[in-house]
Ligand binder design. Structure first.
Ligand code: CP
Length: 332
């Protein structure tokens, strides 16, 4: 039995197989690959794309999805081992994993970091506990990485550009009024380097570097392809000649839990917004974003509405890649 917790545990060729089958499913949506199967979708955080694409995807493959929102329409869950449960949580992840494993064939979970202490959050304990105590495959629907988004992103890039090896890929930090999760940025760094692109990470300063684990993975994957992962704080040179611009905002890791101190720093970098002048420095680059996206904060209307924007294609591909990934977990 294999889980889909992070693409780190899957080879490029395994991931390419999932993407290739997703391309088949995109043409032929309804196949009984999950007939008589059920999938539990646990959402600790809001979602539009993930929830819709998983629910529809399971249905299109002949299965049944059950959506649960712990703390809202399901009991609040404790996931620390050995804890004395005298707080809000009514049940423990051990029972949740065992019970849902008895009912369902896959358990998928979305649980963002708590944004108070990165040392704790980076352990991804809820996801790991669920995988430890579940007897069916567990899927990450976004915790500290977002592997389903990665698959959809690469599929959209391949559909638009063909072979990605050697393409110049810019992952740019953008402004947002709130400190957001680093999951999609971690994922972008991993998948772009793993698929052989020449990656530049553009961010305002050293405080906005990603977690050392993902920076190191990016370096490792890059060197396997004979590339280098480059960090830049210079907007002009980072955009110069790029084939792909992927935008994401995130909170600076050293300021986790001290966001009032980070806010005035972050507010100095509103000019990182992706606009037409920056895109003009690229080699007619594609623009994408995982969505949701605040227009004229993260990227201008002109960029989002341009023919080079593939964010909707990427969002659509969530449906296809997730169906393919669930088929891999259940049937191969
Ligand atoms: N990109 C993405 O995961 O979107 P949702 O948060 O709407 O699910």
């Amino acid at each position: 039995m294999r889980h889909f917790l992070t693409t780190e545990h899957w080879s490029q060729s395994d991931l390419q197989d999932m993407i290739d089958f997703a391309k088949v499913l995109k043409k032929d949506k309804f196949q009984p690959l999950l007939k008589n199967k059920s999938v539990a979708l646990l959402f600790f955080n809001p979602s539009l794309r993930t929830r819709t694409s998983f629910e529809l995807g399971v249905h299109q493959l002949g299965g049944q999805a059950v959506v649960l929102q712990p703390g809202k329409d399901a009991w609040p869950i404790e996931f620390e081992l050995g804890s004395i449960m005298d707080g809000e949580a009514e049940e423990h992840i051990k029972e949740v994993a065992a019970v849902l494993s008895a009912y369902c064939d896959i358990i998928a979970v979305r649980a963002f970091p708590k944004f108070q202490n990165w040392k704790d959050d980076r352990q991804d304990r809820l996801l790991k506990s669920l995988a430890q105590f579940s007897t069916v495959p567990v899927v990450n629907m976004e915790t500290i990485t977002h592997p389903c988004q990665e698959l959809a992103h690469i599929m959209a890039l391949q559909e638009s550009l063909g072979d990605l090896k050697g393409k110049k890929y810019l992952l740019t930090w953008t402004y947002h009024p709130k400190p957001l999760n680093t999951a999609v940025a971690n994922s972008s760094l991993m998948i772009a380097t793993k698929f052989g692109m020449d990656v530049t990470l553009l961010c305002p300063n050293e405080d906005y570097l990603l977690d050392e684990h993902y920076m190191a993975l990016g370096q490792t994957y890059s060197s396997q392809h004979g590339n280098q992962l480059t960090v830049s704080h210079d907007i002009d040179s980072a955009y110069d000649g790029a084939d792909v611009v992927y935008a994401k905002s995130w909170g600076a890791l050293p300021f986790f839990g001290r966001w009032e101190k980070e806010k005035p720093i972050r507010d100095q970098y509103k000019h990182f917004m992706v606009d037409e002048a920056k895109m003009a420095k690229t080699d007619n680059a594609l623009f994408s974003h995982c969505l949701p996206l605040r227009r004229n904060i993260k990227a201008t209307d002109g960029v989002v509405d341009s023919n080079n924007c593939i964010a909707i294609l990427e969002a659509e591909n969530r449906l296809h890649v997730q169906k393919s990934m669930m088929n891999t977990l259940i049937n191969t």
